[in-house]
Design a protein around this ligand. Structure first.
Ligand code: GLN
Length: 282
C-alpha cells in the first residue's frame, strides 16, 4: 500500500472507533512510525510502504485503538506553538490551557511583573512558554511529582530556558522560596465521578486530573494559601473546569473581599480562567 492508502484506511478505522481527530492522529502516528516530517509525508504520498514499515504503523494504530493517547505513543505535543516532550508521568497539555499563557502575557503588558510561579507544572509547557515570551521575568515552576519535574527539566533544556526556569519539588506552595507577582495554576479539577469521561484519563497520572468529589479539592487548598504567596497587588490566574466558575469566584470573594475577580471564557465559550488581583486593601 502507498502512504496515502494506508492513511485513508487507518483514518477510517479510527473514525469508526469514535476517535475525534482521526485524520490528524493517523498522520502523526504514520510520521512517527516512518520518522517523516510533515513535508516529507505530503511530498511522498505515493511512496509504497515496505512490509516492515507497514507492520510498525499498524502496531501503533493497535495501541491507539486500545485507548493509549497518540501523544504518549509519539512522545511529544504542541502547546502554544512549541513542541514539548511528554510521557505518561505527566498530564498531556490541553489547548484550552493556552488561555492561561495568553492571560499572563496580557497582564505582564499592563503592569510590571518581575516574578511568576506556576503550581503543578507537569511537563513545564506553561512555565516554558512564559519564559520564552518574558525573558526578563524570574519563573518558578513547582510540582509534587519528581518524575514530572524530570520531564519539565528536559523540556527546559530543549527550549534553552534551564537557567531562567527554577524547578521546585513539593506540594502546592511548600517549595516556593518567596512571594511572587503572578501565580498561575492548572490544578487537577475533574470530579472523581467524571474521570471516566475523559478518554485519555486511563493513561494519565490521576494526581494531575482528579480534584476529589466536587473537583475543587486542590483549587480550594490553593485559594486558601495564595494570599501569603503573592506580592502586594499580585495576581492569580487559575484554570477551572466547566461549571466551576461560580463556586470558585464565591470562594475567592469570601477569602479576598476587596480583590478584583474576573472570569475569562475559552475559545469554546466555556468559563476557563479565573483571575484574582489583590488591591492595596486586600
Ligand atoms: N481540561 C482537562 C480535561 O478536562 C482537565 C484538566 C485538569 O484537571 N486540570 O481534560
Amino acid at each position: 500500500m502507498t502512504l496515502k492508502q494506508v492513511l485513508n484506511r487507518a483514518t477510517g478505522i479510527l473514525v469508526a472507533n469514535n476517535i475525534e481527530e482521526a485524520g490528524l492522529e493517523c498522520e502523526l502516528l504514520l510520521r512517527h512510525a516512518l520518522r517523516l516530517s510533515r513535508v516529507q509525508l505530503y511530498l511522498d504520498l505515493d511512496h509504497e510502504l515496505r512490509a516492515k514499515e507497514e507492520a510498525d504503523f499498524w502496531q501503533l494504530i493497535k495501541r491507539r485503538l486500545n485507548g493509549e493517547p497518540t501523544v504518549y505513543i509519539i512522545g511529544h505535543r504542541e502547546f502554544y506553538g512549541l513542541d514539548f516532550y511528554v510521557e505518561p508521568s505527566v498530564f498531556i497539555p490541553r489547548p484550552e490551557s493556552e488561555l492561561l499563557v495568553e492571560q499572563a502575557l496580557k497582564l505582564a503588558q499592563s503592569r510590571p511583573v518581575s516574578s511568576i510561579a506556576e503550581i503543578g507544572t507537569g511537563c513545564g509547557a506553561i512555565a516554558i512558554s512564559l519564559a520564552l515570551s518574558l525573558p526578563q521575568v524570574k519563573i518558578y515552576a513547582a510540582d509534587i511529582s519528581a518524575s514530572a519535574l524530570k520531564v519539565a527539566q528536559f523540556n527546559c533544556q530543549k527550549h534553552g530556558v534551564e537557567d531562567r526556569v527554577c524547578l521546585l519539588q513539593g506540594d502546592m506552595f511548600d517549595p516556593l522560596p518567596e512571594p511572587v507577582d503572578l501565580i498561575i495554576a492548572n490544578l487537577p479539577y475533574v470530579k472523581e465521578g467524571e474521570l471516566s469521561q475523559i478518554s485519555s484519563a486511563r493513561f494519565e497520572p490521576l494526581l494531575a486530573l482528579g480534584g476529589g468529589g466536587d473537583g475543587l479539592a486542590k483549587i480550594r487548598q490553593l485559594c486558601q494559601q495564595v494570599g501569603d504567596r503573592l506580592c502586594p497587588e499580585g495576581c492569580l490566574l487559575l484554570e477551572i473546569g466547566q461549571g466551576q466558575a461560580r463556586a470558585v469566584t464565591i470562594l475567592l470573594s469570601r477569602l479576598f473581599p476587596s480583590a478584583r475577580i474576573e472570569v475569562v471564557p475559552d475559545l469554546s465559550g466555556i468559563d476557563r480562567v479565573v483571575s484574582l488581583t489583590l488591591t492595596p486593601a486586600s
